[in-house]
Design a protein around this ligand. Structure first.
Ligand SMILES: Cc1ncc(COP(=O)(O)O)c(C=O)c1O
Length: 413
C-alpha cells in the first residue's frame, strides 16, 4: 500500500523520545515502547517507519479508521467555522446532533459531554435526580461484576473493581454489585430504594463477556416491574461495533438512558447521555453541566461519523467482517490448545480466551513484532477491535499475523 502524507518533521530518535516520556509523563499507563506518528485506514506507522494493522483502533474508538477523508475534512472545516461557544448558547451543530441521534436511536433527549466516564457520571446523577424530582428519592444502583464504566469517582463506584478503587478513599455509597447475567440475583436485590440498574450489553474491559441471551430483556422487565431505571453503558459497544448501531438493538431493548462515547466521535473526543422523554426534566437548570459538552466541533465529528457509518454500510460490514474474524479465531484456538481455550464476542468486538499459560499482555509484544496491534481485556482475554472499515483482506492478514505470533509462543510451551 502506498503511504500517503509526510512524516510530521525530522523526528527525534526514539530513544530520546522514550526517555522524555519516562521523565515527564505520569506513570499511570504502561504504553508499548514505540512512538506512533500517523495512521491511514486500518494502518498505523511508528517513528521508525514500521507499519501495523491496528486492531485496537484507539480502544474501540476509530470506527472510520485513521485519516478518513470525509471526517478529517468535516473537522477541519468546522474548526475554521466555529469550535466552542459554551452552553450559554445553542449552536446549529449541537441541535442537529441531538435530532439525528433521536432519529437513529429513538432516545428523545441528549446531554453532551467529552468522554465515556462523563457520560456514565451524568447517567448516575440523572438516575438519582429523576427520583428526587418526583419527591420519592431513591439512591441504590445495581451494577455487575467485571463491569467497566470509567475512572471518575462516580464511574469508578459503578465499576466496583477493588483494584481501580485502591487508595482513593471511600467509594460512593449505594452501589450493589451482582454476577453478570444473573437475573435471579437482580430480582432479589431490586427494592423500593433501587433507582437504576447499570449494565454493558457486552462487557468490554472486563474480558469481552457477552450477556446470556435474554439477560437484557429480562432486566428491562424487572426494572419496569420495580419502577427502576435501566441504564445502558454502550460506550464501547455503541456506534456499530457489534453489528447494530447499539448492541441493545440485537434484542430490541431500550434503556431509560444510554451512555455513548468512543466510536461516537470516530477519534474526536465526545460523549453523550441519551434518555427517554419521561426523564426530560430530571436535570433541571444548574444541576449538571460541562464547559466543552456539545461544542460544535465535537458535534460535527459525531454527525459525520453517523452519516459515514450509514453511507458506507459500516454497521453491516462490522457484522460480516465480525463473522469472518470469529471463524478465523475459532481455527486459531483449535490449532493452539496449550495457549487458547476459546473465543467470544460480537461483530468487531472479539477476543481469544487464553489458558493460564500466558497473560494476554505478554502476547501483545509478540503480535506487535508480527505487525498486529491488539489489546488485553480482563485477566484472560486477548481482544481485537479493528476499525469498522476493515476489509476481508485485512482480516485475513491479521489472522495470519496472529497465527504466526501465537504459533511461536505455542511452540515454546
Ligand atoms: C463500557 C465503558 N464505559 C465507560 C468507559 C470509559 O470511557 P472513557 O475512557 O472515555 O472515560 C469505557 C472505556 O473503556 C468503557 O469501555
Amino acid at each position: 500500500m502506498e503511504i500517503k502524507g509526510k512524516r510530521a518533521e525530522a523526528t527525534r530518535d526514539v530513544a530520546s523520545m522514550l526517555a522524555a516520556a519516562d521523565a515527564h509523563l505520569m506513570g499511570n499507563y504502561r504504553p508499548a515502547r514505540m512512538v506512533i506518528e500517523r495512521g491511514e485506514g486500518v494502518r498505523l506507522f511508528d517513528s521508525e517507519g514500521n507499519r501495523y494493522l491496528d486492531f485496537c483502533a484507539g480502544v474501540a474508538v476509530c470506527c472510520l479508521g485513521h485519516g478518513h477523508p470525509v471526517l478529517s475534512q468535516a473537522i477541519a472545516e468546522q474548526a475554521a467555522r466555529l469550535m466552542q461557544v459554551s452552553n450559554y448558547f445553542f449552536t446549529d451543530q449541537n441541535i442537529q446532533l441531538a435530532e439525528e441521534l433521536f432519529e437513529a436511536t429513538g432516545y428523545e433527549r441528549a446531554f453532551f459531554c467529552n468522554s465515556g466516564a462523563e457520560a456514565n457520571e451524568a447517567m448516575l446523577k440523572i438516575a438519582r435526580r429523576h427520583f428526587h424530582e418526583q419527591g420519592k428519592p431513591r439512591t441504590k444502583i445495581i451494577t455487575f461484576e467485571q463491569a467497566f464504566h470509567g475512572r471518575t469517582l462516580g464511574a469508578l463506584a459503578l465499576t466496583g473493581n477493588p483494584k481501580y478503587l485502591e487508595g482513593f478513599g471511600e467509594p460512593l455509597a449505594g452501589m450493589v454489585q451482582l454476577p453478570y447475567g444473573d437475573l435471579e440475583a437482580v430480582e432479589k436485590a431490586l427494592d423500593a430504594d433501587t433507582a437504576a440498574v447499570f449494565v454493558e450489553p457486552l462487557q468490554g474491559e472486563g474480558g469481552v463477556n457477552p450477556a446470556p441471551p435474554g439477560f437484557l430483556p429480562g432486566l428491562r422487565k424487572l426494572c419496569d416491574a420495580n419502577g427502576s431505571l435501566l441504564m445502558l453503558d454502550e460506550v464501547q459497544t455503541g456506534f456499530g461495533r457489534t453489528g447494530k448501531l447499539l448492541a441493545s438493538q440485537h434484542e430490541d431493548v431500550m434503556g431509560d438512558g444510554v451512555a455513548l462515547a468512543k466510536g461516537l466521535g470516530g477519534g474526536f473526543p465526545v460523549g453523550a447521555l441519551l434518555v427517554r422523554e419521561h426523564m426530560a426534566n430530571a436535570l433541571p437548570p444548574g444541576s449538571h453541566g460541562s464547559t466543552y459538552g456539545g461544542n460544535p466541533l465535537a458535534c460535527m465529528a459525531a454527525r459525520t461519523v453517523l452519516r459515514v457509518l450509514r453511507e458506507e454500510g459500516l454497521i453491516e460490514n462490522a457484522e460480516a467482517r465480525g463473522r469472518q474474524l470469529s471463524a478465523g479465531l475459532a481455527r486459531i484456538v483449535e490449532k493452539f490448545p496449550k495457549l487458547c481455550v476459546g473465543h467470544r464476542g460480537q461483530g468487531l468486538m472479539r477476543a481469544i480466551v487464553l489458558t493460564d499459560a500466558k497473560e494476554p499482555r505478554e502476547l501483545l509484544g509478540v503480535l506487535r513484532e508480527e505487525g498486529l496491534l491488539a489489546t488485553a481485556a480482563g485477566p484472560r482475554a486477548l481482544r481485537f477491535l479493528p476499525p469498522l472499515i476493515v476489509s476481508a483482506a485485512e482480516i485475513d492478514e491479521a489472522l495470519e499475523m496472529l497465527d504466526r505470533g501465537l504459533g511461536k509462543v505455542h511452540a515454546e510451551l
